[in-house]
Design a protein around this ligand. Structure first.
Ligand SMILES: Cc1cc2nc3c(=O)[nH]c(=O)nc-3n(C[C@H](O)[C@H](O)[C@H](O)COP(=O)(O)OP(=O)(O)OC[C@H]3O[C@@H](n4cnc5c(N)ncnc54)[C@H](O)[C@@H]3O)c2cc1C
Length: 383
């Protein structure tokens, strides 16, 4: 567990981590899911009933506390990638409402997201544009008292089980510019208006889908913020949660290190154990270094975000980049140390090996994080 004596934390953060540890130990161990969708719905409801989902939505005018989100994701990911996913998507899916929604929109959706009654999703990526979100083509045209959405979204987490999709679409001349990032807007689209065209299977299974919007009509007041503000709304939502992707990676890496230590100290090698071997010790040292450096970067960036007053985009990018890349290396080392057991289904490090991979791609691929860091440096800002 992260060291709560670090100056980034307040006593409430340690209390939260303790509560989460207890809940995870009681609820997430030796759990078997036959049906992914119902397991995800159950996890969302259980996390809501335990009070943890309240962390992921705005409380009145207060933004979610990023340190608390990171602590929750680290703890959940340590135990279960799916539980972390269920938690994280409630925040990301409703983040635009928390940050930019009207009082009515917040009142309608956030309490249900926080209780686990409504499942949230964030629909930005399209078949022809992922990283380059400014070029999306899904359109929303105004027709009297309604918006009419036409287009397609893909790789949408919670696709197929969500109750609403916060959807980004091009509003063209209804916005400030029409072209590129300036012509986008964000909408709350109820799930029954959207068609789930395809369920997508990925290495670490979770509900994921391609969606089609075939003349979907939603009321005029379903827009979040003003027409033309969609790109900023999307990027600020992603920025709020970016550090927490790193925190999930940290949870996976910390678990891999613990699994590696247990295995290496128990596995016979010659007259001693694997852990007595100098090559193994070098690997363990590098793994510990990766874990600790990630934790420092994550909680520094989260603390900066919570206290406000600084542009922490570079720190958040560094935290996500380092934590995800380093977790991949830590987990790979743990798999290698396990030998054949490391690639055997049902062994924890094999699951972690699949769990970590997508985190280096979504919510800004590693290459995109490097660009954020480099652009800031080239503006003259030194670390
Ligand atoms: C498991 C999973 C869950 C997801 N959930 C959601 C979701 O809930 N909502 C949603 O909207 N999207 C979601 N996505 C989509 C995700 O955000 C995109 O996959 C991501 O933005 C990359 O887009 P792309 O796949 O189109 O790849 P592309 O944008 O085509 O990029 C391909 C690769 O090119 C490289 N690259 C990209 N940009 C640059 C650059 N500027 N410089 C150098 N190299 C670059 C990177 O290596 C990248 O992986 C999810 C994806 C996955 C895998």
């Amino acid at each position: 567990m992260t060291d709560f004596s670090w100056p980034f934390f307040e006593p409430r953060h340690r209390e939260l981590a303790d509560a989460l540890q207890g809940w995870c130990a009681d609820n997430l161990n030796s759990r078997f899911a036959e049906d992914l969708d119902s397991e995800c719905r159950t996890l969302v409801r259980e996390l809501g009933a335990a009070g943890f989902l309240k962390l992921s939505v705005a409380n009145g005018t207060n933004r979610p506390d990023v340190r608390s989100l990171a602590i929750a994701r680290e703890a959940l990911a340590y135990h279960s990638g799916l539980a972390d996913f269920a938690f994280a998507m409630q925040g990301l899916g409703s983040g635009a409402i928390s940050l930019f929604g009207t009082i009515e929109q917040k009142r309608e959706w956030l309490p249900r997201v926080a209780s686990g009654e409504a499942i949230a999703a964030f629909a930005m990526t399209e078949p022809e544009c992922g990283s380059d979100a400014a070029n999306m083509v899904t359109s929303a045209m105004r027709d009297g008292n309604e918006w009419v959405l036409v287009g397609e979204k893909t790789y949408i987490s919670n696709g197929g089980i969500a109750d609403f999709y916060v959807t980004f679409a091009r509003t063209g001349d209804e916005g400030r510019g029409g072209e590129g990032a300036r012509g986008l807007s964000a909408f709350i689209v109820p799930a029954d208006a959207v068609e789930v065209a395809e369920r997508i299977e990925v290495v670490a299974p979770h509900p994921l889908a391609r969606l089609t919007y075939d003349n979907v009509r939603i009321p005029a007041d379903a827009i979040i913020g003003e027409p033309g503000e969609g790109f900023r709304i999307g990027m600020e939502t992603l920025n709020l949660f970016r550090v927490t992707v790193g925190a999930a990676a940290l949870g996976f890496a910390r678990r891999a290190l613990d699994e590696a230590l247990t295995f290496a100290t128990g596995r016979r090698l010659g007259s001693g154990t694997l852990a007595d071997n100098a090559v193994t010790q070098e690997k363990l040292a590098d793994m510990a270094l990766g874990v600790d450096a990630s934790a420092l970067l994550i909680y520094r960036a989260a603390w900066q975000q919570d206290i406000g007053g600084t542009d922490n985009r570079r720190a958040a990018a560094m935290a996500k980049l380092h934590a995800t890349e380093s977790a991949q290396a830590v987990i790979d080392a743990a798999v290698q140390m396990h030998g054949g057991a490391g690639v055997t289904r049902g062994v924890k490090v094999e699951e972690l090996y699949r769990d970590i991979r997508a985190l280096r791609i979504y919510e800004g691929a590693s290459e995109v994080q490097r660009q954020i860091i480099a652009k800031d440096l080239l503006k003259g800002n030194r670390p």
